[in-house]
Design a protein around this ligand. Structure first.
Ligand code: GLN
Length: 189
């Protein structure tokens, strides 16, 4: 099984290392042809606007959106979740739009306001979570499962083949969010 990591911008390497620790082959996804044959894809943290600007001209944005609608499993962390969201409450654009949530960008403040918290996540237990200029979920659609919250706000959500995290599981050394995602990849489309 090979899992793709969107590799146009952001903390790609940390996700690749996490997948390697779990014994999974990885592929850096930069162009539409890199989507062929992958069992799932991770959209990393970084800067969602920058990623989108780099994905549109090559056709990767459109090809990835089609794959996601067709059931390709995806995990989006932080900026990656913003890319997946149906709506961004404080931004005029939307990107892939495949996860039925509204997110507020930069809802936890600026870089200097970054923090770590322990979350109680359904099926995963107590997990450490790093928040860096994180998006928080302000609305969830009827098919969206909330797996963890920080205060009132959902921060780990799943809708079918798509898993979104406000935080950065790739930065803590804890493997449980990635393990859940790999189970989704093994289940297939
Ligand atoms: N604030 C970033 C964005 O809007 C996300 C930050 C992150 O991924 N750590 O894309």
């Amino acid at each position: 099984m090979t899992v793709g990591v969107l590799a146009v911008q952001g903390d790609v390497r940390e996700h690749v290392r996490t997948l390697e620790r779990l014994g999974v082959a990885t592929r850096l996804v930069r162009r539409p042809e890199h989507l062929a044959g992958i069992a799932g894809i991770i959209l990393p943290g970084g800067e969602s606007t920058a990623m989108w600007r780099l994905m549109v001209p090559t056709g990767l944005a459109e090809a990835l959106q089609q794959e996601l609608w067709a059931g390709l499993p995806a995990l989006g962390t932080c900026a990656g979740m913003i890319l997946l969201a149906r709506e961004i409450t404080n931004w005029p654009e939307r990107y892939l739009g495949v996860l039925d949530v509204a997110v507020e960008r930069n809802a936890t403040g600026r870089q200097v306001d970054s923090f770590e918290a322990t979350l109680s996540a359904d099926g995963l237990g107590e997990i450490p979570a790093v928040f860096i200029r994180a998006p928080l979920v302000r609305r969830t659609g009827p098919r969206v499962e909330v797996l963890a919250r920080w205060g009132e706000a959902p921060v780990l959500v799943r809708e079918g083949n798509v898993l979104g995290a406000s935080f950065h599981p790739e930065l803590t050394g804890d493997l449980r969010v990635h393990t859940l995602f790999l189970e989704m990849c093994k289940e297939g489309r």
